[in-house]
Write a protein that binds this ligand. Sequence first.
Ligand code: ADP
Ligand code: MG
Length: 361
Amino acid sequence: MLTLGFMSLSHEHEKTYAEELAKMASDYGIRFIRFTPLDISPGSTLVKALTYHSKSGQWNEVEREIPELIYDRCFYGKDQQSKKAKPIVDWLKKYPKTKFLGLGLPDKWTVYKALRADPILKSYLPATSLAGSAQDVLRRLTKEKKCILKPAYGSGGRGMIHLEMTGKTVKASYQVGKHKQLKSFSKQASFETWCKKVLQHRYLLQSFLDIQDKDGYPCDIRLLLQKNGAGEWATAGRTVRRSYQHGLLANLAGSSESVSFDSWLLSVPKKRQAVLLDDLETISQAVPRALEFAHGPLFELGLDICLTKDGKVWLLDVNSKPGKKAFLQYSPENSKLLHQGPLEYCSSLAASPDKKGAEKG
Ligand SMILES: Nc1ncnc2c1ncn2[C@@H]1O[C@H](COP(=O)(O)OP(=O)(O)O)[C@@H](O)[C@H]1O
Ligand SMILES: [Mg+2]
């Protein structure tokens, strides 16, 4: 019997999602366990894992071999747990007896370059460069008046900085938790000093897009793409994330909500709806192709897309470990499909491991 290991940094992470997968796994002839990288016993190929007991609704401890297939749901932070786990996962990716459903993606700049190399996707990407110096940023601001600094290793909207130039004054706004912070620099030298400090980390410099809807709420369209049982990419979920009025980001943790894609679509002028759907389809087909070409096989992707007031569609961000919650909220009929996704893909890998190409790295 094939074993699928759901690997995350804590046993509490995505508990409901893991539980649903565990309940359905036996229908696919799959044994389901969950574990953290630190549960692997050093110097052995055994892992102290948890299995789900559906009658009692409990997770019980078991000791198993490292599973043949791993669904990697580790989200690394700056904490000790992350620091210890990362090298173990890197080791696991090379361990010949296991396969990852999908490798993670590299940093945003590397991903951007892979997307940019695709002639179709090129026209959906906001102008982006690597922010090398304060001078780079000032040059862009002089030209465009507004721009974005986006951390190359960021997620969840953390570290995003909006910049705006009025006359000689530069204003920087960013979120600290739920609060919008504003810094104003009337002297170029003071902006340069601040910017230099910021740019000690790797940032992308990107054209600003007005992602607010007609009522001033920042919105992102989220698409979840997964490989189906035949190993073909398909859209497994669509939703819209919306944050507070006049906010900066659509994905602000704690302050953004998920809106049904279909009802949101009705607020888009009729003549634009068909074009938007067409663009979403084009992007959905092109992104997996471009990223698999550059970085090897993947299992799922989350796309952040926005529609600006002029009707143009932009691809803002691609995630290789998309969250599922927002997709489940408005389409319970999709819930089964979403939970089946990884299991179907696993059983297709088991049927023809070489053809379907799960990878290790
Ligand atoms: N060029 C841009 N102009 C305006 N807003 C943006 C731009 N890029 C991203 N955003 C907003 O910031 C949010 C976070 O950016 P994103 O690129 O998705 O990074 P991450 O989600 O990894 O933090 C997006 O969901 C979107 O709401
Ligand atoms: Mg994002």
